[in-house]
Design a protein. Sequence first.
Length: 158
Amino acid sequence: MSNHYHLLVETPDANLSKGMRQLNGVFTQSMNRKHHRVGHLFQGRYKAILVDKETYLLELCRYIVLNPVRAKMVDSPDEWLWSSWHCMLGNIDLPDWLSTDALLRLFAANRSEAIQFYIAFVKNGVGKRVWDELQHQIFLGDDAFCRQASGNAGGSGR
């Protein structure tokens, strides 16, 4: 995307803000040095959304790889080089920090079958809107998930 990116991360240690500060800070400094610029690289600060893995993980993954298609930057995720799409399909080597096995196992035990089911799943998602289900601007899950997440965070729930 031209002014933002989507990143799906699992943070079992509740250290997202520290990680995002490191990621955005180091990347911005590197790009500014390379292009002889100063200041912010991305529009606004990061926005974190807590996702119910059981019901919305796959939809969110699909949303992310289809975002450049929805933005009419490309006609297919195959044309977008800056996502995990080609790593998921096994077209390019995985960077050390990217894990695809857990997601593919949600489609099938056999990797090549899982990839085919993943491709079909993503392509069937063109036009679907995952953000309609977003609650309180920070939760993607049902009411019970939102209440539990709010309680864990010290919030009031719904």
